[in-house]
Design a binder for this molecule. Structure first.
Ligand code: FES
Ligand SMILES: [Fe+2]
Length: 466
């Protein structure tokens, strides 16, 4: 671009000072090799059109061209473990009824009665048939027709014709995905290389232990994009800076549908003046404000119990503490696990609207959906935790839907994470409103730290232009 700053390279923009790789090299145990591979790609610097976030015509393009053709995270196994368990999943003008079959597989039906069109279900639960509450048309859990009251009146409706139409279903890592379209890449192809990365983190061994949702007055993409970069952290979440290498984070493009942000914890932010700050201070701030470390809090003494031995770094001391805490909490041997996989924010995004965290700690999983229009979304935050080996998988907790007047901090199951998400929420509605009255109609992105947002929009364009 003509007006580009000639001193700033477009190919390797990076925060001066130690990078992600340098931080990993100081660790006592290295993570899998893919975590240190630089897979950044420069994807251009043009602004994103603000209309994409509020224009009903653009929203309609998403509804018609994108949503039916993508794999959507619809449920976790632990929401519907047994035959007859069902989940109602709705998004973008469609309603799906996911049902666990006798053989353990899952079918997803279009959740619409084939008589006069009432939705069959609106909840999740167990059923041995799906009988429409309007006139009683009933289906078996495998989608075959069971009964039509006064069948004599419907001689024109054969059993075959009345089979509930199905959507595609794919499963990975305890997640159940649906796709409206019959044709397209398999879930394995779509997710690559994410399943390879999660091989050791095994989300199939985890269950949902906390699940909170809230309707946000902002476009689903505005809300999601606030969780795709660490760049906002030093202004929006200042309390995290003592222990967050926000500007040291790595951003990688892994495939059309997958990208990742690795943000190191246990290391002081380049935005903070480190003079006079001890390693113990970094640790103390971490255990206070990092939502994933409450195991180290001793309520009796009201103190945090990670001590940094003389000469050791905060990050190494925290890694050590996390290894012990993980063994206590989940059993198993964590002695060979890297600092990074126990501490860091390893935030993957699966196009278009799901973000599972990697690593061994209880993992956050985000999902965003338009709810139901361009101006509102449902944001969900789950925490999935490892079930100790050999123990039965408990069922998922139900979603705790916050009311308009409640904040994320009103959900005690999120711990200190709730307050962090509330800080993010202070930006959502005002960004949505701001874009609607933007003078130049442009959204500008950093070449590096916001590359995942650009990548998202480029993949979205592939669907919209297909
Ligand atoms: S609409 Fe379902 S039975 Fe009539
Ligand atoms: Fe944030």
């Amino acid at each position: 671009m003509a007006d580009r700053d000639p001193n700033l390279s477009e190919n390797t923009p990076r925060c001066p000072g130690p990078g992600w790789d340098d931080i990993l090299q100081q660790d006592s145990i290295q993570p899998p090799a893919f975590m240190s591979e630089d897979q950044y790609q420069y994807l251009g610097s043009d602004p994103i059109d603000a209309k994409r976030f509020y224009d009903p015509a653009f929203f309609q393009l998403e509804v018609e061209k994108m949503w039916p053709n993508v794999w959507q995270f619809a449920a976790r196994n632990e929401e519907m473990p047994d035959a007859g368990d069902y989940v109602t999943y709705e998004n973008a003008g469609r309603s799906y009824l996911l049902v666990r079959q006798e053989d353990g597989s899952v079918k997803a039906f279009h959740n619409v009665c084939l008589h006069r069109g009432r939705k069959l279900t609106t909840d999740s639960g167990f059923a041995d048939q799906f009988a429409c509450p309007f006139h009683g048309f009933a289906w078996n859990t495998d989608g075959t027709l069971k009964n039509i009251p006064c069948r004599w009146d419907f001689g024109h409706l054969s059993d075959k014709k009345m089979q509930l139409p199905e959507a595609s279903v794919g499963t990975w890592g305890g997640y159940i995905f649906v796709r409206d379209a019959a044709e397209g890449p398999s879930l394995e192809e779509y997710l690559a290389p994410l399943p390879e990365h999660f091989k050791q983190w095994r989300h199939e061994d985890c269950v949902t232990v906390a699940w909170v949702g809230k309707v946000v007055k902002a476009n689903w993409k505005i809300t999601m994009e606030a969780f795709m970069e660490s760049y906002h952290a030093y202004v929006t979440h200042p309390q995290l800076m003592p222990f967050t290498g926000d500007a040291n984070a790595a951003y990688n493009i892994l495939g059309d549908h997958v990208n990742v942000n690795y943000t190191p914890f246990g290391t002081i932010s380049p935005h903070v003046n480190a003079n006079g700050k001890s390693e113990q201070w970094i640790v103390d701030e971490f255990v206070k404000y990092n939502g994933r470390s409450s195991d180290n809090y001793d309520p009796d003494k009201d103190q945090y119990n990670v001590h940094v031995p003389e000469g050791k770094s905060a990050r190494l001391a925290l890694g050590e503490a996390m290894r012990e805490a993980s063994t206590r909490a989940f059993g198993g041997d964590y002695s060979k696990v890297s600092e990074s996989e126990l501490l860091d924010a390893l935030v993957y995004n699966i196009f278009p609207n799901t973000a599972p965290w990697g690593g061994f700690m209880p993992n956050i999983v985000y999902r965003w959906r338009p709810w139901p229009d361009a101006d509102h979304c449902l944001m969900e935050v789950r925490v999935i935790a490892r079930v100790p080996e050999g123990k039965p998988h408990p069922r998922s907790v139900p979603m705790h839907l916050l009311s308009d007047s409640e904040t994320w901090a009103d959900a005690p199951e999120l711990g200190v994470l709730g307050a962090v998400v509330d800080q993010d929420m202070t930006n959502m509605e005002l960004t949505h409103e701001g874009l609607k009255c933007s003078k130049n109609g442009n959204v500008e992105l950093g070449d590096y730290q916001e590359i995942r947002i650009r990548h998202f929009h480029q993949t979205l364009d592939k669907y919209i232009n297909a």
